[in-house]
Design a protein around this ligand. Structure first.
Ligand SMILES: Nc1ncnc2c1ncn2[C@@H]1O[C@H](COP(=O)(O)OP(=O)(O)O)[C@@H](O)[C@H]1O
Ligand SMILES: [Mg+2]
Length: 338
């Protein structure tokens, strides 16, 4: 891993307007991403986890400028070593970056056009970016299929002729076709059978090593990202509440929400009793988040003072270990293995 950051996101906000009535007036904001900062080193995997609706996909899409951010900076180091703020780039200058930064989507069923052959699907980015055509295109598609463990003999087939895991492989080949450097993998295995998930995770891991890729790996489940991630960031209602090296976060979570997520990870040793923490109540709406710490209404440790009134900042409490909790220094939370 290089020490250079390939991506540095600072204070990112993505608010969506809520419109109402005949005139469609803006009556509120959904604060889908509300002040998120993180950085990813070249060839590193940063896992981004949190319950559905906490803003993970919005972070990914905003980093790729599929949305214009409400606020914040997205510094990306290009292949040629230049640092650009993706948040501010004019649309005309985004195209070359779209080759370097790519997304793998959650659902391999709906993200592939059913009327296109595998050859067309994998070859399309190469055509759009005028990288290859004709014979060269076909050769590149065959090479990509082999790379992701698909038989190139099937390139004239359609997506429905493949299983879910194979379809996700097609999606990955499509993502890889332009030799990207940064991949945002948005729940790439969530729609797959458990038995197939590990195969696709292993494939992503080996492709990452082979091509020196950098990954932002999004999942709602900590057990999916624990092995592939170097570091893990935990999101809750639009904010990162804890970020640490993966092992450290699992062994010694410092945020009560992270503790609950860790408690849901099945223990490696089946004899160890897992003490799963069931969170009471619902995830608050990002249109109307609670005052103070966003997690306090569901937190079993919350006090009636600062937790309810003061928003805790994300602070580095130990080298590389960040947490946003007023009580982080007092609590002794349980991690994996005790
Ligand atoms: N395009 C959009 N317009 C309005 N609200 C959105 C849009 N995309 C996401 N949201 C809302 O933003 C919040 C975060 O969504 P999302 O990023 O999809 O979460 P996750 O990927 O963690 O499940 C949710 O409340 C969702 O309903
Ligand atoms: Mg999502």
């Amino acid at each position: 891993m290089s020490d250079e950051y390939i991506l540095e996101v600072s204070n990112l906000r993505q608010y969506f307007p809520i419109r109402s009535g005949f005139l469609q007036r803006v009556v509120g904001q959904i604060k889908a991403v509300d002040g998120v900062s993180f950085a990813v080193k070249q060839n590193e995997v940063l896992g981004l986890v949190g319950e559905s609706g906490c803003g993970k996909t919005t972070v990914g899409r905003t980093v790729l400028r599929l949305y214009d951010p409400t606020a914040g900076e997205i510094w990306y180091r290009t292949r040629s070593g230049e640092r650009v703020n993706v948040a501010q780039l004019p649309p005309g200058e985004l195209k070359p970056l779209r080759r370097e930064m790519r997304m793998i989507f959650q659902d391999p069923f709906s993200s592939l056009n059913p009327r296109r052959t595998v050859k067309e699907l994998i070859g399309e980015p190469l055509q759009i970016h005028r990288v290859a055509r004709g014979r060269a295109l076909e050769e590149r598609v065959a090479q990509l299929m082999a790379e992701v463990g698909l038989d190139p003999a099937y390139m004239e087939r359609y997506p429905h002729e493949f299983s879910g895991g194979q379809r996700q492989r097609i999606g990955i080949a499509r993502t890889l076709s332009l030799s990207p450097r940064l991949i945002i993998a948005d729940e790439p295995v969530s729609a797959l059978d458990v038995s197939v998930q590990a195969q696709v995770l292993n494939l992503l891991q080996s492709l990452k090593d082979e091509f020196g890729l950098t990954l932002l790996f999004i999942a709602h489940d900590l057990s999916v990202v624990e092995h592939i991630s170097d570091r893990i960031a935990v999101m809750y209602v639009g904010k990162i509440v804890e970020m640490a090296p993966a092992e450290e976060l699992l062994r010694r979570p410092l945020h009560p929400y992270a503790e609950a997520l860790v408690s849901a990870v099945p223990p490696a040793d089946p004899d160890l009793q897992s003490r799963r923490i069931i969170l009471e109540g619902d995830v608050p709406s990002p249109a109307n988040p609670p005052a103070g710490c966003v997690f306090h209404p569901r937190c079993r440790y919350a006090n009636s003072g600062s937790c309810r009134t003061v928003e805790p900042p994300l602070q580095e409490v130990e080298p590389g270990h960040f947490v946003a909790c007023h009580l982080a220094k007092e609590l002794h939370l349980a991690g994996i293995g005790g």
